[in-house]
Design a protein around this ligand. Structure first.
Ligand SMILES: Cc1cc2nc3c(=O)[nH]c(=O)nc-3n(C[C@H](O)[C@H](O)[C@H](O)COP(=O)(O)OP(=O)(O)OC[C@H]3O[C@@H](n4cnc5c(N)ncnc54)[C@H](O)[C@@H]3O)c2cc1C
Length: 384
């Protein structure tokens, strides 16, 4: 299923070593103290993680979507927050690369490739994240630029991002509404405030913020690709890679839970034998291994569709839907296998269990993805 080159396999291996040697020894402390992982992010920059989706001449080396997914999976195996910290950045990289003007590519991509400039995407608003066509943030065209007013919420990494791909309405009266939606590439400046960090169940260390735009003026050339009204379609295409990244995060978290449970089930003895030899526990491990493998294959298939120039809207949706529901189940089963220790903060399984639900909600909820898949299924008729 994978078409990785030897060089790409070496990249995945390098990131796996980074996770084992640098991340796993410190993750529990960072998590419980909710500390931003500055040093680990710096190492990720050095490893080239922020440039994985940015090809020459802007970046040193872009990898296939399959390799990108496997790197995200490895990082999430160490700590989901690390994989989350570059998810939105990669989507914005793809957007600028695919739809940006030549000036926008030259202005942003070289610095994004090194991680010197980090980016996030701002879609969700306090009144809704699923019904994006109803969004309320407006960018009004004036002589000297676009005047932005509105509020965004749940924006990952907003404090540390120097660039925000902002989904907003440049024509609030447009019918249908998506024709009035555009993406503006917004840098920090007057009228733009990161107003609040949102407390949350998991995904610790990395900030999720509310953003306020109050008469924030950006130049006309902040409009992605220079075309008004194209933003909704641009963002939907970008989200295909985003959903593969979220699926990879779910698989990484589930793998970590499985690894810990597999070890524990061999070490822990009851009734005179290792607990994996009790059929109920062995069955849990068997189901975990099967489900994780299935999710990985679905995700690699979605990534392969992108790598071979095929559409991946349905496939990325399926991968994210299946992998995230799988991770929620696998992480709970890992707690079962650990018994009381599964509930302890001195073990990692409670973290996996808290991190898993984000992948059900983020990058399009699973309910929305089922709508997408059903529409595609009816439209395409043939599954294969
Ligand atoms: C930690 C975290 C990080 C995030 N990072 C980002 C980010 O960086 N950028 C960003 O823009 N957003 C981000 N989000 C927001 C996330 O994408 C949204 O929360 C998500 O899209 C859902 O939107 P909502 O919360 O407004 O729920 P709603 O849209 O209000 O949905 C509520 C419920 O109704 C269901 N529902 C709604 N409409 C339908 C329908 N038509 N059919 C069936 N069910 C439906 C939903 O599935 C859900 O169960 C993040 C969220 C979290 C928790």
């Amino acid at each position: 299923m994978t078409r990785l080159s030897a060089e790409e396999e070496a990249i995945v291996e390098l990131v796996a070593r980074f996770v084992d040697n640098e991340v796993r020894p410190v993750v529990r402390d960072l998590e419980h103290e909710n500390i931003y992982p500055e040093a680990l992010i710096e190492q990720m920059k050095e490893l080239g993680v922020y440039g994985l989706t940015i090809p020459e001449p802007y970046g040193p080396y872009a990898v296939t979507t399959q390799c990108y997914a496997l790197v995200a999976e490895e990082l999430a195996r160490g700590w989901m927050s690390l994989a989350g910290a570059f998810g939105g950045h990669s989507v914005v990289s793809k957007l600028v690369l695919r739809y940006g003007t030549q000036e926008q590519r030259e202005q942003y991509l070289p610095r994004m490739a090194t991680g010197e400039l980090r980016a996030t995407m701002a879609l969700t608003e306090p009144d809704g994240g699923s019904d994006l066509q109803a969004l309320r943030t407006v960018a009004k065209r004036a002589d000297d630029g676009y005047l932005i007013n509105g509020t965004k919420t749940w924006i990952t990494n907003a404090r540390r991002s120097g660039l925000v791909a902002l989904l907003c309405k440049t024509d609030p009266a447009a019918e249908p509404a998506h024709r009035g939606i555009s993406i503006l590439l917004v840098e920090k400046g007057p009228g733009f405030t990161v107003s609040r960090d949102l407390p949350k169940l998991g995904y610790k260390g990395v900030e999720s913020c509310e953003l306020h735009f109050d008469d924030c003026l950006v130049p006309h050339d902040a409009l992605l690709g220079g075309t008004e009204g194209a933003g909704f379609g641009q963002m939907m295409a970008g989200l295909e890679v985003g959903r593969i990244q979220v699926a990879a995060r779910a698989i990484g978290v589930a793998r970590a839970a499985y690894d810990d449970a597999l070890q524990y089930a061999q070490d822990r003895k009851t009734f005179g034998k290792p607990i994996w030899q009790h059929q109920s526990v062995g069955n849990l491990l068997a189901d975990m291994a099967t489900q994780i493998t299935a999710a990985r294959q679905l995700n690699l298939h979605a990534a392969d569709c992108i790598d071979t120039g095929r559409r991946a809207d349905m496939e990325a949706g399926m991968a994210k839907l299946f992998a995230s529901e799988m991770a929620a189940k696998v992480t709970l089963d890992a707690i079962r296998i650990h018994g009381g220790y599964g509930y302890s903060q001195e073990f990692d399984v409670e973290r996996y269990y808290r991190d898993a639900p984000l992948m059900i909600v983020g990058e399009g909820t699973n309910e929305i993805l089922r709508n997408v898949i059903a529409k595609q299924a009816v439209g395409r008729r043939k599954l294969f």
